[in-house]
Design a protein around this ligand. Structure first.
Ligand SMILES: Cc1cc2nc3c(=O)[nH]c(=O)nc-3n(C[C@H](O)[C@H](O)[C@H](O)COP(=O)(O)OP(=O)(O)OC[C@H]3O[C@@H](n4cnc5c(N)ncnc54)[C@H](O)[C@@H]3O)c2cc1C
Length: 391
């Protein structure tokens, strides 16, 4: 009988942990090692803003307890990173000095916040939010400073963290290069609805402009916008997107595009080495969202354990709650590409459907009334008609 396989997973986020679970589902005997750079076990990264303003504490974020790892015979190494790999000999060196010979390796190393090259970005008080440790540091800083904050980026993370900082008593101004908020999830009118609701809660916005520089002496004291406006601030939170963590793959000679390039079985250009989640690029696409990372992790794990897997992509969708405002967005919502649209707007309730030329639904935005979410999601995923007598 062949020796059991050794699987090494780098990254204990949703992609890595879903993959480890899928490996165990398909291989009862293999050894599964997960090296996670953070000193915490797998947690709900997308709920970090609730940790920032104290609605949740760390133990409530943790998604798998110790007995889950024990029951699945998954060896989790917390605070240990994958430093480098040699694909020829299928060996990996970890930050604690361990050398692992693997049969299959998964790179599930996620992404890192992108900080644009703005002068003053190195000042104390300029921060980003990606990890539990970032969230705790931000909470501490916001509680101590309690003055004004500028948030660079009016996307999903920027708005959520703005509300959290406002809950901690800070006056918050959001600056976004796009003319409307949540420009990846919403159309201009949807963005306007969200802006109106958040303005009534005391948040301020500067859209269609950029931060030219951050000023201060050692510590941040304010930001200067492209149009010349100066906004005083004791804290600047940069939420301007992320960049995939590809260093280990690049140094090993694995093919990189914007992320680590994978095929439909999530395998990279190096046989036996797979990638999934925020660090991976599949069919030209780097998703950067939880559902795609989860689906890729699951598919990669099954493929690593020898299953014939074909991952065909994920329909991007987001369900958010920003200051009690429920928002759902799915599929393509770029209005230019969709002449045939269907809109309802009534104060803070907004619903817009996007159809293709045959009347089939391929995108939707719902704000403050999510009652049709499931039926709409099914129609978008299936590419079938909806509404107008279609469903
Ligand atoms: C505050 C916040 C809110 C968000 N909200 C949403 C949302 O509402 N909806 C949504 O869809 N998405 C949201 N996201 C994005 C979502 O969290 C990510 O898409 C998802 O976590 C990606 O999962 P992943 O497993 O690929 O990477 P990650 O979750 O980033 O996990 C990767 C892990 O690998 C570790 N690592 C890195 N390098 C190494 C190495 N060399 N060796 C070992 N370990 C390594 C990292 O430290 C990290 O712990 C949010 C993100 C943040 C930060």
């Amino acid at each position: 009988m062949a020796n059991p396989s050794t699987y090494l997973v780098a990254g204990a986020g949703v992609a890595g942990i879903e993959a480890a679970a899928a490996i165990r589902d398909n291989d009862n005997d293999g050894r599964i090692l997960v090296a996670g750079a953070e000193p915490h076990p797998f947690y709900a990264r997308l709920r970090l803003c609730e940790l920032v303003d104290g609605r949740l504490e760390v133990d409530r974020l943790v998604l798998r307890k110790e007995d889950w790892y024990r029951d699945h015979r998954i060896e989790l190494m917390q605070g240990v990173r994958l430093d480098n790999i040699e694909t020829g000999t299928a060996t990996a060196r970890l930050s604690d000095g361990t050398i692992v010979s693997f049969d299959r390796l998964l790179l599930a190393t996620g992404s890192t916040p992108f900080v644009p090259p703005i002068s003053g970005a190195e000042l104390d008080g300029v921060c980003t939010l990606r990890t539990i440790d970032d969230a705790l540091a931000l909470r501490e800083l916001a509680s101590r400073e309690s003055g004004s904050a500028v948030v660079v980026g009016g996307g999903l993370l920027g708005l959520e963290v703005s509300v959290a900082l406002s809950n901690l008593g800070m006056s918050v101004t959001v600056v976004d290069v796009s003319p409307w908020l949540l420009s990846r999830q919403l159309d201009p009118e949807g963005g306007e609805v969200i802006r109106g609701i958040l303005e009534r809660r005391g948040l301020e916005f500067r859209t269609a402009t950029t931060v030219e520089s951050i000023s201060g002496h050692g510590r941040v004291e304010g930001v200067d916008l492209a149009g010349g406006e100066h906004i005083p601030a004791s804290l600047v939170l940069v939420a301007a997107g992320v960049r995939p963590n590809v260093r280990v793959a690049r140094e090993a000679g694995i093919e990189i595009g914007r992320g680590i390039i994978v095929d439909d079985s999530l395998e990279t250009s190096a046989p036996g080495v797979f990638a999934a989640g925020d660090c991976a690029e599949h069919r030209g696409r780097v998703y950067g969202i939880w559902p795609a990372s989860q689906a890729q992790g699951r598919a990669a794990g099954a493929a690593m354990a020898g299953k014939d897997v074909r991952y065909e992509g994920t329909t991007p969708s987001n369900t958010l709650k920003i200051a009690d405002v429920a928002v759902f967005s799915i599929g393509r919502v770029d209005v230019e590409a969709r002449p045939d649209t269907d809109t309802v707007r009534d104060k803070d309730v907004y619903r817009r459907l996007f159809r293709d030329s045959e009347g089939c639904l391929n995108g939707a935005i719902l704000i403050n009334d999510l009652s049709e979410r499931k039926a709409i999601a099914n129609a978008v995923e299936a590419g079938t008609p909806y509404g107008h007598g279609g469903g």
